[in-house]
Design a protein around this ligand. Sequence first.
Ligand code: IVH
Length: 710
Amino acid sequence: MTLEEAREEVSRLSQELERHNRLYYVDGNPDISDRDYDEMFRNLELLEARFPELASPNSPTRRVGGEPIDGFEQREHFLQMLSIDDVFSEEELTDFYKRLQRLLGIDQIEVVIEPKIDGVAVAMHYERGELAFAVTRGDGTVGDDITENVRTIGNVPLRLPDGAPDWLEVRGEIFMPNARFAALNESRDEAGLPTFKNPRNATAGTLKLLDSREVAKRPLEFIAHGMGRLDGLEITSIAEFHELLGTLGIPMNSPIWTRDSLEGVLDVVRELDVKRHDLPYETDGAVVKVVSLAQQSELGQTSRAPRWAAAFKYPPEQKETIIREITIQVGRTGTLTPVAELDPVLVSGTTVSRATLHNQDEIDRKDVRIGDSVLIEKAGEIIPAVVKVLPEKRPADSEKYDIFRAVGGKCPSCESEIIRPDGFVAWKCLNPACPAKSANRIKQFVSRKALDVEGVGNIVAEKLVERAVIGEALDLFSVPFETLATLNIGTEEDSRVLGAKKAESIIATLERAKSAPLHRWIYALGIPQVGESAARELSRLHESFSLLNGSALLLELQTLKTGDRKEDNELLAPYGIAGEVGPTVARNVCAFFDSSEGERVLAGLEEIGIDPKSENFAPKPSEADSDGSNPVAGKTFVITGTLSAPRGQIKEAIQNHGGKVAGSVSKNTDYLLAGEGGGSKRDKAESLGVEIISEDDLTSMVAQIESASS
Ligand code: IVH
């Protein structure tokens, strides 16, 4: 076969595959078998392997992903990616429509109404029909270039059929269909991987992966909902835009209604409230948009949102069900949490069978009892909650619920006595060796934001404790391979071993975790009130783990009273300690090191032979600043334009030297770090007199700090 013949065949196969893709994903009407499709695919792969010069980045064969990358490039949007103003009631929606009428001076305004997709916004750019790049919203001005990841999404056309405009920017939402999200989470949990909170998180997490081959394995989809830059074609309305999407085979939202009266809009919004639960994606609202582009531009926009669109948000759905039982869970710190076990009901698209009752005070306030009929709701990401009890449906023989009495005064996990410490609403188990507490501490320890030990998920953590393999998270490091590989993660009757492959990978991940930075280790320990940002701040103030123990800074800090300002304290002032770390955090950290648990952790780390080191150690920004040796410390930076390294990396470099990075320019900004491009932020900085610096300037600032400290 000559190169020319091959070129023709590659082009023919690519077009055919793309056409079948459209038939399958967009029209839902495939006209060849999977087998024929696969054969065509393989033929194309073979040709591309033989004639590498013919392999294009938009070839259908590229949907499987490619080599991992180091980070995402930044890309500036041609037109700002705006958000939409929310309206929360029919009254507010009425006000919105009436404002349109007033501003446009006409009565009948044509609008489209469609479901709001809860996903990740992305702008797809097609240059002469070829997918050129895809960019996330980012801050609306600059986003991440996620082209490689987007190429793997099955229903995104990589090449448009004939008739595509010179340049077409389609904006839309990437999401994970609900059913496929549920299946993904199930298989992740089985594999001991952390599960995702909701489809939107799963989507965002997936799109952030640097290995597009992994993205290709996740079930993402795309739906277009808006237009960006368009060259070489005149369009005058959303209706025409939809027509264009249709002819080009770009997936569109459905259902979409068109109405030209307020009553019509209100009817649709009510209709959608029923229909939305059957949609394949999560939605909590309806988007209403003016159809005519001329009217859109007449209405204009505010700095963040257009005046021609509104997002109607549905109130969280409430459902009635019955509390069959109340169970008590023991958390990481020993807190006993009552949980209502419910007759399963479908709420906001997911089946709910449990709801938290928080604590005894909540139970008393609502007078929740076993057997009660209750209204429950699931608002956004929040765990389902009992809104209220329906007392008229209460069984005659029901009794007030009392946690202490229900558990007989004993921890349901370890049977040691429970207490209610002074000033606390919750009952607690104080037994440091309580298995429920251990399992939950281990879960925290291995979680993604902590030491990120892939392979140890909820089930593995529980089984390790249940089978008495380990009692503490640090014991993980000394579990022999054999023990891990043969761990029964099933039940006694139906046993299932973890296996050698998983055991190997857990051990390898643990080995890597040994060199994780200090802030992750602090967070991993699950000290009360010490979240991610407090952990980071503590690691800025302390060079290593062992130095946290007996830290003069924390000892001083814990003596402050509510209302005392850290800035007024002579010892503390130079450290510029941020909001997340105050007297409570200091007291909890000190108490941790005084406890037997703290002692065990110190001893355990010594035994493993590590002392986790801070990666952002920059203790005294204000002093360093005043002697001029650290021009970054305490300063606020804003970043714009295209830089030589991924933005996250530059941000980290600034933070590691004690600086702060903000999203938008204000009078509190010290420096605007501007790469190529960076239009609107540059203008704003100039108008406010904020100093604009280049990447080279930043490099020399950092060099100055490093030479001063050496
Ligand atoms: S139209 C000016 N339609 O929600 C923006 N947006 O909260 C016009 N979204 O930025 C966008 N579903 O990313 C539109 N059916 C839909 C949508 C939708 C989800 C996103 C979009 C927008 C954000 C605003």
